[in-house]
Ligand binder design. Structure first.
Ligand SMILES: Nc1ncnc2c1ncn2[C@@H]1O[C@H](COP(=O)(O)OP(=O)(O)OP(=O)(O)O)[C@@H](O)[C@H]1O
Ligand SMILES: [Mg+2]
Length: 230
Protein backbone atom coordinates (compact mmCIF):
# COMPACT_ATOMS: atom_id res chain seq x y z
CA UNK A 1 0.00 0.00 0.00
CA UNK A 2 1.14 3.55 -0.71
CA UNK A 3 2.50 5.59 2.19
CA UNK A 4 0.08 8.44 1.44
CA UNK A 5 -2.72 8.38 -1.03
CA UNK A 6 -5.05 11.27 -1.98
CA UNK A 7 -8.18 10.69 -3.98
CA UNK A 8 -10.29 13.50 -5.45
CA UNK A 9 -9.07 15.63 -2.62
CA UNK A 10 -10.22 19.23 -2.22
CA UNK A 11 -8.42 21.35 0.35
CA UNK A 12 -9.34 24.71 1.82
CA UNK A 13 -10.89 26.52 4.73
CA UNK A 14 -14.44 26.69 6.11
CA UNK A 15 -15.70 24.29 3.45
CA UNK A 16 -14.46 26.48 0.60
CA UNK A 17 -11.88 24.76 -1.59
CA UNK A 18 -8.71 26.58 -2.61
CA UNK A 19 -7.49 23.59 -4.65
CA UNK A 20 -9.36 20.51 -5.85
CA UNK A 21 -9.16 17.34 -7.93
CA UNK A 22 -5.96 16.33 -6.22
CA UNK A 23 -5.19 12.66 -6.76
CA UNK A 24 -1.79 11.09 -6.19
CA UNK A 25 0.06 8.40 -4.33
CA UNK A 26 3.43 8.49 -2.64
CA UNK A 27 5.43 5.42 -1.74
CA UNK A 28 8.02 5.08 0.96
CA UNK A 29 11.26 6.74 -0.09
CA UNK A 30 9.69 9.04 -2.70
CA UNK A 31 10.75 12.68 -2.98
CA UNK A 32 7.95 14.97 -4.09
CA UNK A 33 8.35 18.63 -4.93
CA UNK A 34 5.19 20.75 -4.94
CA UNK A 35 5.30 23.81 -7.17
CA UNK A 36 2.80 26.48 -8.12
CA UNK A 37 2.04 30.17 -7.88
CA UNK A 38 1.51 32.09 -4.65
CA UNK A 39 -1.91 31.31 -3.28
CA UNK A 40 -2.41 28.14 -5.33
CA UNK A 41 -2.95 26.07 -2.18
CA UNK A 42 0.40 24.37 -1.68
CA UNK A 43 0.68 25.10 2.05
CA UNK A 44 -3.00 24.28 2.50
CA UNK A 45 -2.44 20.90 0.85
CA UNK A 46 0.48 19.92 3.02
CA UNK A 47 -1.26 21.09 6.19
CA UNK A 48 -4.07 18.77 5.14
CA UNK A 49 -1.62 15.93 4.53
CA UNK A 50 -0.16 16.47 8.01
CA UNK A 51 -3.65 16.31 9.49
CA UNK A 52 -3.58 19.92 10.71
CA UNK A 53 -6.71 20.84 8.74
CA UNK A 54 -9.55 18.70 7.44
CA UNK A 55 -10.12 18.02 3.74
CA UNK A 56 -13.04 19.95 2.22
CA UNK A 57 -13.92 16.76 0.34
CA UNK A 58 -12.32 13.55 -0.83
CA UNK A 59 -9.85 11.77 1.34
CA UNK A 60 -6.28 11.18 2.35
CA UNK A 61 -5.25 7.74 3.51
CA UNK A 62 -2.05 6.71 5.17
CA UNK A 63 -0.20 3.47 5.42
CA UNK A 64 -0.73 1.92 8.86
CA UNK A 65 2.98 2.16 9.53
CA UNK A 66 2.94 5.95 9.21
CA UNK A 67 2.15 7.33 12.62
CA UNK A 68 1.60 11.05 12.88
CA UNK A 69 4.42 11.05 15.42
CA UNK A 70 6.90 10.11 12.70
CA UNK A 71 6.24 13.20 10.60
CA UNK A 72 8.73 16.07 10.67
CA UNK A 73 6.90 19.20 9.56
CA UNK A 74 8.59 22.50 8.78
CA UNK A 75 5.93 25.21 8.43
CA UNK A 76 6.39 28.13 6.08
CA UNK A 77 8.23 30.93 7.90
CA UNK A 78 5.95 33.68 9.13
CA UNK A 79 6.14 36.91 11.03
CA UNK A 80 4.26 35.38 13.99
CA UNK A 81 7.40 33.55 14.99
CA UNK A 82 9.08 36.87 15.81
CA UNK A 83 8.29 37.08 19.49
CA UNK A 84 8.64 33.42 20.25
CA UNK A 85 10.30 33.34 23.68
CA UNK A 86 11.96 29.89 23.60
CA UNK A 87 15.68 29.32 23.09
CA UNK A 88 17.21 27.67 20.03
CA UNK A 89 17.86 24.54 22.10
CA UNK A 90 14.27 24.38 23.34
CA UNK A 91 12.85 24.75 19.84
CA UNK A 92 15.10 22.10 18.32
CA UNK A 93 14.70 19.53 21.12
CA UNK A 94 10.91 20.01 21.05
CA UNK A 95 11.05 18.11 17.76
CA UNK A 96 11.58 15.04 19.96
CA UNK A 97 8.40 15.69 21.97
CA UNK A 98 6.30 13.15 20.14
CA UNK A 99 8.81 10.39 20.81
CA UNK A 100 8.69 11.21 24.57
CA UNK A 101 5.07 10.12 24.90
CA UNK A 102 4.07 10.73 28.51
CA UNK A 103 7.63 10.93 29.77
CA UNK A 104 8.06 14.51 31.08
CA UNK A 105 11.74 14.92 30.11
CA UNK A 106 14.05 14.32 27.15
CA UNK A 107 16.28 11.27 27.45
CA UNK A 108 19.95 11.04 26.49
CA UNK A 109 19.22 9.77 23.00
CA UNK A 110 16.82 12.61 22.24
CA UNK A 111 19.24 15.23 23.53
CA UNK A 112 22.04 13.69 21.45
CA UNK A 113 19.80 13.80 18.38
CA UNK A 114 19.02 17.47 19.01
CA UNK A 115 22.73 18.27 19.41
CA UNK A 116 23.51 16.38 16.22
CA UNK A 117 20.92 18.32 14.22
CA UNK A 118 22.04 21.64 15.73
CA UNK A 119 25.51 20.86 14.48
CA UNK A 120 24.24 19.69 11.08
CA UNK A 121 22.46 23.00 10.56
CA UNK A 122 25.47 25.05 11.66
CA UNK A 123 23.83 26.35 14.83
CA UNK A 124 26.44 25.25 17.33
CA UNK A 125 27.11 27.95 19.92
CA UNK A 126 23.68 29.49 19.39
CA UNK A 127 21.76 27.10 21.65
CA UNK A 128 20.95 29.74 24.27
CA UNK A 129 19.94 32.49 21.84
CA UNK A 130 16.29 33.47 21.84
CA UNK A 131 14.58 32.05 18.76
CA UNK A 132 12.56 35.23 18.27
CA UNK A 133 15.64 37.43 17.87
CA UNK A 134 17.33 35.36 15.15
CA UNK A 135 17.52 36.37 11.50
CA UNK A 136 15.05 34.81 9.06
CA UNK A 137 17.63 32.38 7.70
CA UNK A 138 18.77 31.37 11.18
CA UNK A 139 15.17 30.74 12.27
CA UNK A 140 14.64 28.59 9.21
CA UNK A 141 17.68 26.49 10.09
CA UNK A 142 16.43 26.06 13.67
CA UNK A 143 13.05 24.88 12.39
CA UNK A 144 14.70 22.49 9.99
CA UNK A 145 16.82 21.05 12.81
CA UNK A 146 13.58 20.64 14.78
CA UNK A 147 11.86 18.84 11.88
CA UNK A 148 14.88 16.55 11.54
CA UNK A 149 14.48 15.57 15.22
CA UNK A 150 10.86 14.64 14.62
CA UNK A 151 11.10 12.59 11.51
CA UNK A 152 11.76 8.95 11.01
CA UNK A 153 9.53 8.38 8.03
CA UNK A 154 8.18 11.53 6.44
CA UNK A 155 9.67 14.99 6.19
CA UNK A 156 7.26 17.71 5.08
CA UNK A 157 8.95 20.99 4.24
CA UNK A 158 7.17 24.20 3.31
CA UNK A 159 9.72 26.38 1.49
CA UNK A 160 12.65 25.27 3.63
CA UNK A 161 15.26 27.36 1.85
CA UNK A 162 13.48 30.70 1.68
CA UNK A 163 15.71 33.28 3.29
CA UNK A 164 18.76 31.05 3.42
CA UNK A 165 22.03 32.11 1.81
CA UNK A 166 23.25 30.10 -1.21
CA UNK A 167 25.71 28.03 0.81
CA UNK A 168 23.19 26.99 3.46
CA UNK A 169 20.58 26.46 0.73
CA UNK A 170 22.85 23.98 -1.03
CA UNK A 171 23.69 22.27 2.28
CA UNK A 172 20.01 22.03 3.17
CA UNK A 173 19.21 20.29 -0.12
CA UNK A 174 22.09 17.90 0.51
CA UNK A 175 20.90 17.08 4.05
CA UNK A 176 17.35 16.46 2.83
CA UNK A 177 18.65 14.34 -0.04
CA UNK A 178 20.80 12.30 2.34
CA UNK A 179 17.78 11.63 4.55
CA UNK A 180 15.83 10.64 1.46
CA UNK A 181 18.62 8.25 0.43
CA UNK A 182 18.30 6.73 3.92
CA UNK A 183 14.64 6.00 3.17
CA UNK A 184 12.83 9.07 4.55
CA UNK A 185 9.97 10.15 2.29
CA UNK A 186 10.13 13.87 1.45
CA UNK A 187 7.45 16.35 0.46
CA UNK A 188 8.88 19.78 -0.26
CA UNK A 189 7.22 22.97 -1.43
CA UNK A 190 9.62 25.15 -3.32
CA UNK A 191 9.74 28.13 -5.64
CA UNK A 192 13.35 27.32 -6.35
CA UNK A 193 12.62 25.12 -9.34
CA UNK A 194 16.11 24.62 -10.67
CA UNK A 195 17.50 23.04 -7.53
CA UNK A 196 14.46 21.55 -5.87
CA UNK A 197 13.10 19.69 -8.88
CA UNK A 198 16.56 18.30 -9.65
CA UNK A 199 16.58 16.41 -6.34
CA UNK A 200 13.04 15.06 -6.56
CA UNK A 201 11.57 12.02 -8.27
CA UNK A 202 7.98 13.31 -8.48
CA UNK A 203 6.46 16.73 -9.09
CA UNK A 204 3.02 18.04 -8.18
CA UNK A 205 2.17 21.13 -10.17
CA UNK A 206 -0.59 23.30 -8.69
CA UNK A 207 -1.44 26.08 -11.07
CA UNK A 208 -5.20 26.03 -11.21
CA UNK A 209 -5.17 22.55 -12.63
CA UNK A 210 -3.36 19.85 -10.74
CA UNK A 211 -0.77 17.68 -12.36
CA UNK A 212 1.16 14.87 -10.73
CA UNK A 213 3.98 13.21 -12.62
CA UNK A 214 7.49 11.87 -12.31
CA UNK A 215 10.27 14.43 -12.45
CA UNK A 216 11.44 12.83 -15.70
CA UNK A 217 8.02 13.37 -17.29
CA UNK A 218 7.88 16.90 -15.95
CA UNK A 219 11.25 17.83 -17.41
CA UNK A 220 10.43 16.19 -20.75
CA UNK A 221 7.08 17.91 -21.04
CA UNK A 222 8.55 21.28 -20.49
CA UNK A 223 11.63 20.41 -22.48
CA UNK A 224 13.77 21.25 -19.54
CA UNK A 225 15.76 18.07 -19.27
CA UNK A 226 19.02 19.56 -20.51
CA UNK A 227 18.70 22.56 -18.29
CA UNK A 228 18.36 20.52 -15.11
CA UNK A 229 20.38 17.40 -15.74
CA UNK A 230 23.13 18.71 -17.95
N1 LIG B 1 -6.14 30.17 7.54
C1 LIG B 1 -6.71 30.52 6.37
N2 LIG B 1 -8.04 30.80 6.33
C2 LIG B 1 -8.64 31.11 5.16
N3 LIG B 1 -8.01 31.18 3.98
C3 LIG B 1 -6.69 30.92 3.95
C4 LIG B 1 -5.97 30.57 5.16
N4 LIG B 1 -4.69 30.36 4.85
C5 LIG B 1 -4.59 30.55 3.51
N5 LIG B 1 -5.79 30.89 2.97
C6 LIG B 1 -6.07 31.16 1.55
O1 LIG B 1 -5.95 29.95 0.81
C7 LIG B 1 -5.33 30.18 -0.45
C8 LIG B 1 -4.13 29.26 -0.60
O2 LIG B 1 -3.17 29.61 0.38
P1 LIG B 1 -1.83 28.78 0.59
O3 LIG B 1 -1.16 29.35 1.77
O4 LIG B 1 -2.14 27.33 0.61
O5 LIG B 1 -1.03 29.12 -0.76
P2 LIG B 1 0.42 28.72 -1.21
O6 LIG B 1 0.31 27.98 -2.51
O7 LIG B 1 1.12 28.03 -0.11
O8 LIG B 1 1.07 30.15 -1.50
P3 LIG B 1 2.56 30.71 -1.24
O9 LIG B 1 3.38 30.29 -2.42
O10 LIG B 1 2.38 32.17 -1.22
O11 LIG B 1 3.06 30.17 0.06
C9 LIG B 1 -5.00 31.67 -0.49
O12 LIG B 1 -5.99 32.31 -1.24
C10 LIG B 1 -5.04 32.10 0.95
O13 LIG B 1 -5.48 33.43 1.07
MG1 LIG C 1 2.71 28.52 1.10
Amino acid sequence: MALISCKDLAVGYDNAAVAENITFELNEGDYLVVIGENGSGKSTLIKTLCGLIKPVSGNVSYDDGLKKTCVGYLPQASEDQKDFPASVWEVVVSGCLSSCGLRPFYNKKEKALARENIEKMGLKGMEKRRFGELSGGQKQRVLLARALCATQKLLVLDEPVSGLDPKVTAETYEIVKRLNDEGVTVIMISHDLTSAVGYSDHVLVMDGTIRFCTTKEYLETFNLKEKYNG
